[in-house]
Design a protein around this ligand. Structure first.
Ligand SMILES: *Cc1c(COP(=O)(O)O)cnc(C)c1O
Length: 370
């Protein structure tokens, strides 16, 4: 048996006909920029996110950049961000002209905590960017309370957690601005690049709309220096066909995770993912940890099971951030995570026998170490 890390085929085989018809209709109408599909997606995704507004954006990185810009974050401001995140979170802060201040994650949830954010606050701190890493919600009650007390903005990076809930409320609805990505393999994925911003602020919604569309209030009237960061109309069409399945797909991801957890609970060399109280983890990634990570990955590869590492090089040690002067050893929790984490296959349409096959191989490997 072969198990890929991810396959998008089961989902697309089911929806391909419907999507093809929709794209054909758009071609016939030459309906390519913004328009009804984007409007519809924004309305529906705002509803799913439990926010008043949604702005369709070209991709996740642009959604983060525009969230920060619209919120007025710029030169001289500091933004606190987890040290263990996908590097786009940090690039967005740099693009806004602000300074990223890295904070260590919690050892068991892998997410940033109110406490670690608090100890990174300075008089220049303007915002914090909680990232719901791997699909696991951050402890938003504590983070929102801390942010309010310290008068800083919250910009959620919800790229890995569409549809996740914290105490009955959707992630991507807590922050002043919230950005997400619909990269094809995310929990809700387009057939190309796409992203979105969600917010409850009418003012921020308007700013973000101007910024994504070359500063246009109305055609050829430019109010601010903007970007071209519009959501592609065809991608909006794809996402409109997929959005009704998001809850069902997240449920399936949770079932896959439960089966892994049940199968692997006796493996003494392996640390399994843990959810915090009141959080609904949507398992964008199923990440285990173990000292012999590289050996396990190699063993699984030999048995035709594909795994990935999220992420093998922490952001602060990436050449791209060399100019910020970070040092090895500066974020020990993050560095240990990068050396011990391993993401197992999770995708919609994965069969029970595939989950069990992956599990059996891990159990066999674990026996050598316990
Ligand atoms: C995917 C991702 C992004 C960037 O999204 P793109 O659409 O690829 O630009 C940002 N942050 C996190 C945490 C992500 O996982």
């Amino acid at each position: 048996m072969q198990v890929p890390f991810v396959s998008l085929r089961p989902v697309h085989d089911k929806l391909q006909k419907e999507i093809q018809l929709k794209l054909s209709a758009l071609i016939e109408k030459s309906d390519f920029i913004l328009g009804a599909e984007v409007d519809l997606f924004e309305k529906e995704y705002a509803q799913v996110s439990e926010t008043k507004y949604c702005i369709g954006i070209s991709n996740g990185l642009d959604a983060l950049k525009i969230s920060l810009k619209a919120a007025g974050i710029g030169k001289g401001d500091e933004v606190i961000v987890p040290a263990n995140t996908y590097i786009a979170s940090i690039f967005a802060i740099l693009d806004a002209g602000a300074t990223p201040v890295l904070a260590e994650p919690d050892k068991t949830t892998y997410n940033i905590t109110a406490e670690n954010i608090k100890s990174a606050i300075t008089p220049r701190t303007k915002a914090v960017m909680p990232v719901h890493l791997y699909g696991q919600p951050c402890d938003m009650d504590a983070i929102m309370e801390m942010a309010e007390q310290n008068k800083i903005l919250v910009i959620e990076d919800n790229a890995q957690a569409q549809g996740a809930e914290y105490k009955g409320r959707r992630t991507g609805s807590f922050g002043h601005m919230n950005a997400t990505s619909f990269y094809p393999s995310k929990n809700l994925g387009a057939m190309g690049d796409a992203g979105a911003i969600t917010t409850n602020s009418e003012t921020l919604d308007r700013s973000a709309r101007l910024l994504r569309n070359v500063g246009c209030g109305s055609k050829y009237h430019h109010e601010v220096v903007g970007y071209n960061a519009r959501m592609d109309t065809m991608q909006a069409g794809v996402l409109n066909s997929k959005l009704p399945y998001l809850n069902e797909w997240n449920k399936e991801r949770k079932e896959i995770a439960s089966r892994y957890i049940h199968n692997l609970k006796e493996c003494s060399s392996i640390i399994l993912p843990e959810a915090i109280d009141g959080a609904e983890h949507v398992y964008h990634l199923f990440v285990i940890r173990l000292r012999e990570r590289d050996a396990l990955q190699q063993y699984l590869t030999q048995n035709e099971i594909q795994t990935l590492i999220h992420y093998p090089v922490p952001c602060h040690l990436q050449p791209a951030l060399g100019h910020l002067g970070f040092k090895k050893g500066q974020f020990p929790v993050t560095e240990e995570l990068s050396q011990t984490c391993l993401s197992l296959p999770v995708f919609i349409g994965m069969t029970e026998s595939q989950i069990d096959f992956v599990s059996e191989n891990i159990i066999a490997f674990d026996k050598q170490y316990s």
